[in-house]
Design a protein around this ligand. Structure first.
Ligand SMILES: *Cc1c(COP(=O)(O)O)cnc(C)c1O
Length: 370
């Protein structure tokens, strides 16, 4: 049998289909002769806001900046503590560090890979200001429980929606629930630009105004600087591209969900594999389809020999990264995050991946693990 060549991610199924629309969007920007903070950014901010039902939406340069600016809007800085998952993506930790606040890691629920609400309360101190709720892999956090805790202790919630664009929590879309929320449009995200991009979403006008200023040198009015701001603007070209792609997001997410169902189906009755579970009232848009196995490295190697590319999200948890050596954490401090890092494997998932390919991948895994 011919070996297949299945990449971890392919844009073929998304971009080939809409290439003409993308070219027209770029061409419109070129001809407009206006490249920074123009109509395309404003239009996309409004369209995204309408899609998630959020009043104020501010396009920024990337997801990390969206998190940093969100924290700055809430006046979070030195002496303040922010609760975040011990297995979150490094950007979440970096954003908290960037504003000078203290990172307070809390272990995830091993069933969902997301912040375990039952462990949050014991980490709250008088200095706790916010909970960063990262919807890892596209599965939404248990927002009901997190909201209840935040309300009780007077904390802010910042959703990190970088991996969950289009996900639902009851009748609401992710990134419309926390006080101020961040999204990334890195190309590989479910809604990705053809370069970098990000968004801040909030219903609070004052924070929206501050975000607008902070993304543009701390200036609301040209050459009048209220804050020491950043240069973190979403550009016109990316905004135009994102406007086109937003119209296809639901369809692409449906494809991801269908692919996940096929994996679920072909990988069932395999007791040595674990997959993240859905929580009630929340959806999963499968930015990542992850399995857990103590034979992870052998599985990855065998899949590679069969032409299947996989990734590990993420091989080293933030507390064991050299960048955070100064926090003096050691192995064993966050056992769940460490176990996930040792066992998780992300299988190929993207619009256009065929049922036959999913079956081929799953069969290889089943053959190895049964
Ligand atoms: C991608 C990602 C980010 C950072 O986004 P960039 O646009 O790459 O800066 C932040 N948080 C999570 C959970 C992500 O997946």
């Amino acid at each position: 049998m011919k070996t297949r060549n299945i990449p971890y991610l392919s844009f073929n199924g998304m971009h080939d289909d809409i290439e003409q629309e993308l070219i027209e969007a770029c061409s419109k920007v070129i001809k407009s002769k206006w490249y920074i903070l123009g109509n395309e950014v404003t239009d996309f901010e409004n369209e995204f806001g309408k899609y998630i039902n959020s009043k104020f939406n501010v396009g920024v340069a990337n997801g990390l900046d969206a998190l940093i600016i969100s924290l700055k809007c809430l006046d979070i800085g030195p002496g303040d503590e922010v609760i975040v998952a011990s297995n979150a993506y490094i950007a979440c930790w970096n954003a908290i560090h960037a504003v000078g606040a203290t990172i307070v890691p809390v272990e995830p629920d091993p069933q969902t890979f997301n912040l375990d609400p039952s462990l949050i309360v014991s980490s709250i101190t008088k200095n706790t200001k916010a909970i960063m709720a990262v919807h890892l892999f596209g599965l939404v956090c248990d927002m009901d429980a997190i909201l209840k805790i935040a309300e009780e202790y007077g904390l802010f919630i910042i959703e990190d929606n970088a991996q969950a664009q289009g996900a639902q929590i009851k009748t609401k879309k992710s990134a419309s629930i926390g006080h101020i929320n961040a999204t990334s449009f890195y190309p590989g995200k479910n809604l990705g630009a053809l370069g970098d991009g990000g968004m801040i979403s909030t219903d609070n006008q004052q924070w929206a105004k501050k975000s607008l200023s902070l993304r543009n040198y701390g200036s609301g009015e040209k050459y009048i600087n209220e804050y020491i701001g950043m240069n973190s603007r979403l550009d016109e070209m990316q905004a135009a591209i994102l406007s086109v792609k937003l119209n296809h997001l639901d369809r692409w997410n449906q494809e991801r969900i269908q692919i996940a169902k096929w994996y679920d189906q072909y990988l069932t009755n395999n007791s040595s594999l674990k997959k993240p579970k859905l929580i009630t009232n929340g959806s999963h848009v499968y930015h990542v389809y992850s399995i857990l196995s103590s034979q992870r490295n052998q599985i990855q190697e065998a899949l590679k020999l069969n032409g299947i590319q996989t990734l590990i999200h993420y091989p080293i948890p933030p507390h064991l990264q050299q960048a955070y050596a100064h926090l003096e954490y050691k192995e064993g401090d966050f056992l769940i995050a460490e176990e996930l890092a040792d066992k998780c494997l992300s299988l190929p998932i993207y619009p256009g991946l065929s049922k036959g390919d999913v079956k081929y991948i799953a069969n290889k895994i089943v053959a190895l693990t049964n």
